[in-house]
Design a protein around this ligand. Structure first.
Ligand code: NAI
Length: 344
């Protein structure tokens, strides 16, 4: 069996999950090298996952000529530069979302990707690998909903993560709630409707965590948008769901509608006790998208081995980032923003 050698940068909140998945579940790849600036994370990779090469510098890691591919799970501001460095070394690249936080560098990167037609590049929109979202896509493609008329998307992190997010916001920029969180919903909207965002009007507040205003962050962000094909979209992102991790998507069509995750259920268990009848809730993103995270890495590795193009491209990265940046601009200016290049 082909055994790809993979180097991963970033072993934080999500990086640790990718590293574990690669080590435990992806049989035709080896987590061969890692980079982190946190010594404990490197100790973990070496001692718990048996990673052979541990680096504190990404450049040093990609100079290891044995590598076939990299997985980038560093803070969002590093993505474009690290993708570009890996391409220059002839490495295949899986990068976490967003592809970048600045449109000029993303456009430059897309030109560079065009010059590497045989390199596999995949972006981390893992919801496209979730069974429920895949089923919804199948229902839509079969025509069961007729023409899509509108979509409503909620993505709200659990309240228990709010203190650590406030701490994170103090020290580093995420790009804002639309780029950091809504981007998953933006990608789903583009994927389901096969259309692009045209106009956006975004609002936000931080009533649940007023101190976020000091760091230019929002606790809740909302957006009403139109797509080029006329579909109406309502997105809401937040960081304070008291009941757990709430990702819900509603798609309404001329012949029917579907909801995915309207109650964020943990599993099929219902508890009957002196608190009443309780459906336990999914509590965080690694739990809700456990299988999707494994499937996306498995797809990446198989695409390299079988010489296939992944379905999530650099253009998906650009278009989703354009929409998210327009939402941030709309919120800041308090006005409707038409996306540059929108066809309608
Ligand atoms: P984190 O802050 O928990 O971890 C960042 C990691 O990057 C750490 O291991 C740190 O050592 C490393 N790092 C920082 N600066 C570095 C440098 N100069 N050189 C090398 N390594 C460096 O971040 P988190 O939450 O894991 O997010 C990482 C990325 O993953 C972000 O782009 C975020 O948008 C994305 N993400 C995606 C999610 C999804 O649902 N697909 C969920 C969470 C994060």
């Amino acid at each position: 069996m082909t055994q790809l050698k993979i180097g991963q940068v970033g072993l934080g909140r999500l990086g640790r999950i990718h590293a574990q998945n690669l080590s435990k579940y992806i049989m035709n790849a080896e987590l061969f090298a890692v980079t982190s600036i946190v010594p404990e994370e490197l100790d973990y990779a070496k001692n718990e996952l048996g990673v052979k090469h541990c680096y504190t510098s990404y450049t040093e890691m990609i100079n290891n000529d044995e590598l076939d591919a990299v997985i980038i799970v560093s803070p969002s501001g590093f993505h474009t530069v690290q993708i570009s460095q890996a391409l220059k070394k002839g490495l295949h690249v899986f990068s976490e979302k967003p592809i970048g936080i600045d449109l000029t560098t993303i456009n430059d990167l897309l030109s560079e990707l065009d010059n590497h037609p045989n390199t596999v590049f995949q972006l981390g929109f893992m919801r496209r690998f979730d069974d429920s979202y895949l089923y919804a896509k199948e229902v839509i493609e079969r025509g069961d909903l007729g023409e899509i008329t509108s979509m409503r998307c909620y993505g709200i992190d659990p309240s228990e993560g709010l203190p650590s997010f406030i701490n994170f916001a103090k020290n580093s920029a995420s790009g804002g709630i639309f780029l950091d969180m809504s981007i998953h919903d933006i990608d789903l909207v583009r994927w389901f409707t096969e259309s692009e965002f045209s106009t956006v009007y975004a609002l936000g507040n931080s009533l649940a965590a007023p101190q976020l205003a000091d760091y230019n962050e929002l606790e809740t962000g909302a957006c009403l948008a139109t797509l080029e094909n006329g579909v109406i979209v309502y997105l809401l992102a937040g960081r304070n769901a008291n009941h757990g991790y709430h990702v819900e998507t509603e798609i309404i069509g001329t012949k029917g509608m579907i909801r995915i995750g309207n109650a964020p259920e943990k599993n099929l268990v219902t508890v009957y006790d002196d608190n009443g009848v309780i459906r336990p809730t999914s509590t965080h993103f690694p739990e809700r998208f456990k299988i999707a995270f494994i499937n996306e890495l498995s797809t990446f590795v198989n695409s390299i081995i079988n010489n296939e193009k992944p379905t999530i491209t650099g253009n998906d990265g650009l278009k989703s980032t354009e929409a998210a940046i327009a939402m941030q601009e709309s919120f800041e200016k308090n006005e409707v923003v038409k996306l540059a290049g929108a066809r309608i």
